[in-house]
Design a protein around this ligand. Structure first.
Ligand code: NAD
Length: 450
C-alpha cells in the first residue's frame, strides 16, 4: 500500500518506519527541513531502541522516503496518517491548529476521483474526526466553486496510537490491540488489510465509531495516570504509617483485577502524553459540564509528587542548600528515551538551583535535549560516575538500567557524603543500610547512617 505520514516526530517516524517494514511504500512529511534532510541522509532524529536498524534498512531498500512537501507526500497515497502535535493550549485543551492546518491544506490538494483514507493518529478530543472532515471540505469548497467534489472521496478515521516511548517499535509491531474508529466500510477494509501483518498472533483490531475511538485513547492514558497517582498516594501514606510500599505493591499487584504493572511509586509521571492528555480530558469534560473529579485530583497529586524528594533533601541539609552540589542521575521522563517533555528531573533542577545548589547531571541519552532547555544552568557529566565528583549527595530521577547495579564502592569513593535520594526506588533499602548510606526513597522508611 502507499502511505503518507504527516508529522515525523516520535509517533510519525515509528509509524512510517514500521509500515515500511511490512512492505508498504511510505513517505513521511514534516515541516522541519533540518529533520527531513537528516532522515533522508540516514541520520535518525530520535533515540528509540531498535528503530535505527529498521529505519536504515527500509531507507536503503527504497520503501521509506522523507519530504517537506505535503502535496508530493500525499499524491499517490491511499492512506494519509496525521501524526501531528496536539499540545495543550492556554486553557489546557488540546490545540488542534496543526491538525486543522494540515486538513485545510489537504482540502486544496485532494482529488475527487481518488478515494483516500485520512487517519488521525494524534491524540485528539472527541469530535476531531468531524472537524477534520469539515475543514477539508470547507477548504476544497473555497479552492473550487464546485465544492471540490470531495464529498465521499475520502473518509476520516480515528486510529489512536498506544505505543510507549522506549519500547515503541515492539509496541507498534506487536500491538495488544488496534483501535479503529470509522463508520465507512471502504476505510474499514483498507485499515483491516493494513494492520493484518501486525495482528497475526490474534490480537484484535477493534472497530468502533470515531468518537468512541477518540475517547478510548484519553481514557487509557488517564486510567494509567490514575493508577500511578493512586500508588504515589499509597506511598505517602506508607511513610506516615511506617509501612513499606514495595510490600503493598506486591500484595495488591498479584490480584489479577489490579495487575502488577503501573504500580511503581516515584516522583511523578511526565512525558509528552499523560500530563497533557489528563488535562485535555478534564477540559473536554468541562465543555459538556462534567466535572471529572478523579482526574482533577490526579493532576494535583502529580504536581506535588514531582518535588516529593525536596522536603527530604532540605531536611537532611538543615534547609540550607546554598553551595551544595548534587549529582543527578537521569533526566529523561522515563528510561530508554531521550524525551524530556514534562520530565520530573527538570522540576528538580529548578527547585535545586533556585535554592542555591548546583547540579551535575548525567543521562545516557537525554543530555543534548536538556542542554537545549536549561543551557548553562547545570553541568553535564561525562559518565554517571563523573557526575558524583565532589557532590554532596546523589539524586536519582530516572530508572535507567545502568543505574540499577552500579559500583557502590566507586560511588562511596567519589561522593562527599554517603547520601542517596532515590526518586524511583531503584535500590534495596537493606543493601543501602549495609553499605552505610543515608538513603531515602519513596514510600519506604529512610535508612539513616548516624
Ligand atoms: N510520543 C508518544 O509517546 C505518543 C504516543 C501516543 C500518541 N501520541 C500523540 O501523537 C501525536 C504526535 O506526538 P509526537 O510525540 O510524535 O510529537 P512530536 O512533537 O515528536 O512530532 C510532531 C512532528 O510534527 C511536525 N509538524 C508540525 N506541524 C507540521 C505540519 N504542518 N506538517 C508536517 N509536519 C508538522 C513537527 O515538526 C514534528 O516533527 C500527539 O498528538 C501525541 O499526543 C504520542
Amino acid at each position: 500500500m502507499k502511505i503518507a505520514v504527516v508529522g515525523t516526530g516520535y509517533v510519525g517516524l515509528v509509524t512510517g518506519t514500521c509500515f515500511a517494514e511490512t512492505g508498504n511504500q511510505v513517505i513521511c512529511v514534516d515541516i522541519d527541513k533540518t529533520k527531513v534532510d537528516k532522515l533522508s541522509n540516514g541520520q535518525i532524529t530520535i533515540y528509540e531502541p531498535g528503530l535505527e536498524k529498521i529505519f536504515l534498512r527500509n531507507l536503503k531498500e527504497g520503501r521509506l522516503h522523507f519530504t517537506t512537501n505535503l502535496a508530493e507526500g500525499v499524491k499517490d497515497a491511499t492512506i494519509i496518517f496525521l501524526a501531528l502535535p496536539t499540545p495543550p493550549g492556554e486553557d489546557g485543551s488540546a490545540d488542534l491548529k496543526y491538525i486543522l492546518g494540515v486538513s485545510d491544506e489537504l482540502g486544496k490538494i485532494l482529488k475527487p476521483n481518488e478515494f483516500k483514507v485520512i487517519v488521525d493518529k494524534s491524540t485528539v478530543p472527541v469530535g476531531t474526526a468531524d472537524k477534520v472532515k469539515a475543514a477539508i471540505l470547507q477548504s476544497a469548497a473555497k479552492a473550487s466553486p464546485s465544492g471540490g467534489g470531495l464529498v465521499g472521496a475520502f473518509a476520516v478515521v480515528s486510529n489512536p496510537e498506544f505505543l510507549r516511548e522506549g519500547v515503541a517499535v515492539d509496541d507498534f509491531m506487536k500491538p495488544d490491540r488496534v483501535v479503529v474508529g470509522t463508520s465507512d466500510e471502504r476505510a474499514k477494509k483498507i485499515m483491516t488489510e493494513l494492520y493484518g501483518p501486525f495482528v497475526r498472533s490474534g490480537n484484535p483490531v477493534i472497530f468502533m465509531d470515531e468518537k468512541s475511538a477518540e475517547l478510548t485513547k484519553y481514557a487509557a492514558n488517564s486510567f494509567l495516570a490514575v493508577k500511578i497517582s493512586f500508588m504515589n498516594e499509597i506511598a505517602r501514606l506508607c511513610e506516615l504509617l511506617g509501612a513499606d510500599v514495595d510490600m503493598v505493591r506486591k500484595g495488591i499487584g498479584s490480584d489479577e483485577r489490579i495487575g502488577k504493572r503501573f504500580l511503581f511509586p516515584g516522583i511523578g509521571y511526565g512525558g509528552s502524553c499523560f500530563p497533557k492528555d489528563v488535562q485535555a480530558l478534564v477540559k473536554s469534560s468541562g465543555e459538556v459540564n462534567y466535572d471529572f473529579e478523579i482526574l482533577n485530583a490526579v493532576m494535583k497529586v502529580n504536581e506535588e509528587q514531582k518535588l516529593f524528594l525536596m522536603p527530604k533533601i532540605n531536611a537532611y541539609f538543615n534547609n540550607n542548600l546554598k553551595g551544595k552540589r548534587f549529582a543527578l542521575w537521569g533526566l529523561a521522563f522515563k528510561p530508554n528515551t531521550d524525551d524530556i517533555r514534562e520530565a520530573p528531573a527538570l522540576y528538580m533542577i529548578d527547585a535545586l538551583t533556585e535554592a542555591g545548589a548546583t547540579v551535575h547531571a548525567f543521562d545516557p541519552e537525554a543530555m543534548p535535549n536538556v542542554k537545549q532547555v536549561v543551557g548553562d544552568k547545570i553541568d553535564f557529566a561525562e559518565s554517571q560516575y563523573d557526575a558524583l565528583v565532589n557532590a554532596d549527595a546523589l539524586i536519582i530521577a530516572t530508572e535507567w538500567s545502568e543505574f540499577r547495579t552500579p559500583e557502590f564502592e566507586k560511588i562511596i569513593s567519589l561522593l562527599k557524603n554517603k547520601v542517596i535520594f532515590d526518586g524511583r526506588n531503584v535500590y534495596d533499602a537493606e543493601q543501602m543500610k549495609q553499605l552505610g548510606f543515608h538513603y531515602e526513597s519513596v514510600g519506604r522508611s529512610a535508612v539513616t547512617n548516624n
